[in-house]
Write a protein that binds this ligand. Structure first.
Ligand SMILES: Cc1cc2nc3c(=O)[nH]c(=O)nc-3n(C[C@H](O)[C@H](O)[C@H](O)COP(=O)(O)O)c2cc1C
Length: 517
């Protein structure tokens, strides 16, 4: 049931973008760019830093604008207020705790501090900019659309890029499969328009809600991810509810004339351009914003896909999907990571507890069912799936191509895979990077790490007493003697050797001859 409460008693800054950017500044995650910068120069400057970037003076209107707010797992962790490793778990926890919508009156809605309608509507005062070298025009890519199905009343939220067309019209990509597209196609069949309000300038959690495809009230989903009810206000010209704490809203409608103009090309999330396609036209009926609106942009493609907001949203969404899928298949991973450079979708890394034989293959088979997963990498839990170096190490020492590679041909690929064949099929591969089942606990298969640094309290005064208790590796003798050096232990061992009472065990422990086990 849709719940709409009326209450102005809500903190309308808590989830505003500017507040979150301040938090990122405190965390050292933001480059602050003080100098004036032309809109056409924004993209190259954004692409040149791995951090988020806050422009204090963008374009001829001297706008404040922020980019790459969600461009790293650390930033998304800050959005959830948890440790980086806990983000997916916190995300799942919130999804299980649905929140309602609170409707607030226009007078208290910060996003209604400035209202432009009629002739005052001028999209060229907003920072549309050229984002990738061969894009078909200037874009606002940070748009989150709020729409209500005119017949069913279903409330939908999604992200959509917006291409400037004229002072009061834009083009939007409504070609890829989406709920908004279905809603619009149904409107076209009835010969009607689809009212939509685009929010520009949102908290990362609102984006995550927008990238979910859930059979639920997606307006409320925004609150669900925030962990508290979302305060919303009715748009001034089309009656659609939008978050009252947004930075900017572009209100209007997709017209009844349908698909008729070329949109794109546009740098896509997988790093190539998406081709042009025919899309509808959006008519703007009002623009509303905060008096100190912070504008937002997200680059979608670039040399480093891992820095893109969309790769970061996708990675987190994919991890949540994989946790659910694997648990449903009765596999309990210890960690899951979808790599950002594979646009957060295509490379799945899963760590499993060592145990039942065949678990790695089972996990690979399950992961292949996810449409976007093309390559799955399964490791033991001692390997950190978030660490490229450790994964590379596991590939080098625990993988044999003749026995550990699972290949599935003719699998349906995900819709945008540039490597898919004419029929959209791909070959999927699973890499079992786990140590062989039944591998003995021999010294040559133990991972070699630096010894612990902390010196323990001595448990023995003489090495002979320590070894009398049990055989020990050299480092264990050090710990048992409370030594922070080790050379004196070597000398004591040599005394025992000369007395003929010392021996070595196959795994390298030192032992007393009459204590050998
Ligand atoms: C920054 C960003 C921009 C996006 N732009 C588009 C777009 O222009 N068109 C589109 O169909 N999907 C786009 N997406 C993906 C959709 O937002 C996503 O598939 C969403 O789940 C669709 O929502 P819906 O099915 O509820 O309408 C974008 C995603 C992100 C993160």
């Amino acid at each position: 049931m849709l719940q709409t409460l009326k209450s102005p008693a809500t903190d309308l800054d808590k989830f505003r973008l500017r507040r979150f950017v301040q938090r990122l500044v405190e965390l050292g995650e933001v480059v602050i760019y003080q100098d004036p910068i032309a809109l056409a120069e924004l993209s190259a400057t954004i692409a040149a830093t791995p951090k988020a970037i806050l422009f204090k003076d963008a374009g001829p209107d001297h706008l404040e604008m922020v980019a790459a707010v969600s461009g790293s797992r650390r930033r998304l962790a800050a959005a959830f207020g948890v440790d980086e490793r806990q983000v997916a778990h916190e995300y799942m926890r919130r999804l299980g705790n649905a929140q309602p919508v609170i409707e607030v009156p226009s007078e208290v809605a910060p996003v209604h501090q400035v209202v432009q309608t009629g002739d005052a509507v001028d999209l060229t005062r907003l920072p549309f900019h050229l984002q990738h070298e061969y894009d078909g025009g200037v874009y606002i890519s940070a748009g989150i659309d709020y729409a209500v199905d005119p017949v069913t009343g279903k409330r939908n939220v999604g992200c959509r890029r917006l291409m400037l067309r004229s002072r009061d019209t834009m083009r939007a990509n409504l070609t890829d499969a989406s709920d908004l597209k279905l809603m619009y196609l149904a409107c076209l069949e009835r010969g009607g328009r689809l009212p939509v309000s685009y929010v520009v300038g949102s908290h990362p959690l609102d984006y995550l809600a927008a990238t979910q495809k859930q059979p639920v009230d997606e307006f409320a989903l925004v609150g669900t991810l925030r962990g508290e009810p979302v305060p919303m206000v009715r748009s001034v010209s089309n009656n659609i509810l939008v978050p009252a704490d947004a930075e900017v809203v572009i209100e209007g409608y997709f017209d009844e004339l349908g698909y008729r103009e070329m949109e794109g090309p546009y740098g896509e999330f997988y790093g190539y351009y998406g081709k042009m396609h025919i899309d509808p036209v959006f008519h703007v009926t009002a623009i509303t914003m905060r008096t100190d609106a912070l504008h937002q942009t997200v680059l979608h493609a670039g040399r480093f896909v891992s820095r893109m907001d969309s790769a970061n949203f996708a990675s987190l969404n994919a991890e949540v999907g994989a946790w659910r899928l694997l648990r449903a298949a009765r596999i309990e991973p210890t960690a899951i990571n979808f790599t950002l450079a594979s646009n957060g979708r295509q490379h799945a890394r899963v760590a499993l507890k060592r145990g039942a034989p065949g678990q790695a293959r089972l996990a690979i088979a399950a992961l292949f069912a996810l449409p976007t997963v093309k390559h799955a990498f399964i490791v033991d839990e001692d390997v950190d799936v978030f660490c490229d170096e450790e994964m590379e190490w596991a590939m080098a020492v625990r993988f044999r191509a003749d026995s550990d590679l699972v290949v599935a041909t003719d699998m349906p690929g995900f819709y945008a895979d540039p490597a898919a064949d004419q029929t959209g099929r791909v070959t999927k591969a699973g890499f079992d990077l786990t140590a062989p089942v039944g591998q003995p606990d021999a010294i040559e298969f133990r991972r070699a790490y630096a010894p612990a640094t902390a010196t323990a309290a001595p448990r023995f005064n003489r090495v002979v007493d320590a070894l009398n208790a049990s055989p020990m590796h050299f480092g264990q003798i050090l710990a048992a003697m409370g030594s922070s050096d080790g050379r004196e232990i070597a000398l004591e061992l040599d005394v025992l050797r000369k007395r003929g009472v010392l021996t070595r065990l196959p795994n390298g422990e030192w032992a007393l001859k009459d204590k050998q086990q």
